[in-house]
Design a protein. Structure first.
Ligand SMILES: *Cc1c(COP(=O)(O)O)cnc(C)c1O
Length: 359
């Protein structure tokens, strides 16, 4: 199958003349800068926030390029992964005309972002054990299908999708295949970043919000061909990553020891949590997880969810989601948090009257 990026792109985006920022027009570091209407006196906090940040985050991308072993021209940085998702819709999907394919149950933002952009969504559910059926996915492709979103490890089920199934979709589809690897750092699976050379239609998303512990800074990454990344750069808001985020992340990226330590600690706590969940009377199923959370089936999940809240423990009620009837999604907490959660869950499930109440 041949992949023609220009054919895929919305024509007005191809023709668009992007905003040219002051920092685009002069990118040197030295001189008297009277070009961006900044405050020459400094900032109200006393910290050096008065100058606009690097619109292309060159220094940060160079560091990421080294860590991810991919050229910096193949990295796009967004204000969270959600920005990259939105930009993909705007670049490739004509509202009301083009469509995308998602595989429920999966991350909710694909569908919300499609809705915001008035792009129809075709749904090909995962199997009951949350695997991708590549033949069904490819059969759902129409002439107007532009993007297929694959999430692996998948949220909310937690499992990784079979690599071979993802490869079948990549080989069989002429549009863009997004592989969302938000949880890859918790998995033993190699990243699809290494497959970018082989598949010009592949875009891999990762984030600093989970394993790196930087959710508040909002930094999502997309990895793809130079051409795809250039399109995202062309249409993004010019200064989409704040200077504070850039500076903080540049420093943080050096500390991969701490990252490894945290991943290991979460792995240990996760294993402990799984054992405790499996020992808990009433828990019907703990789904296999390659992420930092578990999908867990309990009787009367909505009621259990509400009762946990009265004990000030907040989990995610996924019982309304496809294939997830009576399921809660539980993030692996720290040791003390997990112990409190298990105690609360055991109390709730041991009380037949309370757990018998719906809602
Ligand atoms: C948490 C999560 C993200 C991360 O989103 P950010 O906007 O980068 O915080 C992306 N995809 C999935 C599937 C997630 O669960």
């Amino acid at each position: 199958m041949s992949f023609d990026l220009q054919q895929l792109l919305r024509p007005h985006i191809a023709a668009l003349k992007p905003y040219s920022s002051a920092r685009d027009e002069y990118s040197g570091n030295e001189g008297i800068f009277l070009d961006a209407n900044e405050n020459p006196l400094g900032s109200i906090t006393g910290q050096a926030y008065n100058r606009y940040p690097d619109p292309y985050q060159s220094q940060l991308k160079q560091k990421l390029a080294d860590i991810k072993n991919v050229s910096s021209e193949r990295i796009f940085l967004g204000n969270g992964s959600d920005e990259a998702i939105d930009l993909l819709f705007r670049a490739f999907c004509r509202p009301g005309i083009d469509n995308v394919i998602i595989m429920p149950p999966t991350y909710g933002m694909y569908e919300v972002s499609a809705g915001i952009n008035d792009v129809p969504v075709r749904k090909v559910p995962l199997t009951p054990d949350f695997q991708l059926n590549p033949e069904e996915v490819l059969a759902a492709v129409t002439a107007a299908t532009k993007i297929i979103f694959i999430c692996s490890p998948n949220n909310p089920s937690g499992n990784k999708l079979l690599r071979e199934s993802i490869l079948t979709v990549l080989r069989g589809f002429q549009g863009l295949v997004v592989v969302d690897e938000a949880y890859i750092d918790f998995s033993d699976e190699p990243s699809f970043i290494h497959a970018l050379d082989e598949f010009p239609n592949l875009l891999v998303m990762q984030t600093l919000s989970k394993a790196w512990g930087l959710a508040a800074l909002r930094l999502g990454m997309a990895f793809a061909s130079r051409e795809i990344i250039a399109i995202l750069n062309k249409i993004k808001p010019p200064y989409n990553i704040s200077g504070l985020t850039q500076a903080t992340v540049i420093k943080a990226l050096g500390n991969t020891d701490k990252l490894e330590q945290m991943i290991e600690e979460i792995r240990v706590q996760k294993e402990q949590l799984r054992l405790q969940l499996e020992k808990t009377a009433g828990v019907e199923k703990v789904y296999p997880s390659h992420a930092n959370f578990f999908l867990v089936k309990v009787p009367h999940a909505k009621s259990v969810y509400q009762q946990l809240i009265t004990k000030k423990i907040i989990v995610r009620d996924r019982s309304g989601v496809y294939h997830c009837g009576d399921c809660l999604r539980i993030t692996v907490g720290n040791k003390a948090e997990n112990e409190q959660f298990i105690r609360a869950l055991q109390e709730i499930l041991a009380t037949p009257i309370a757990s018998g109440l719906e809602n």
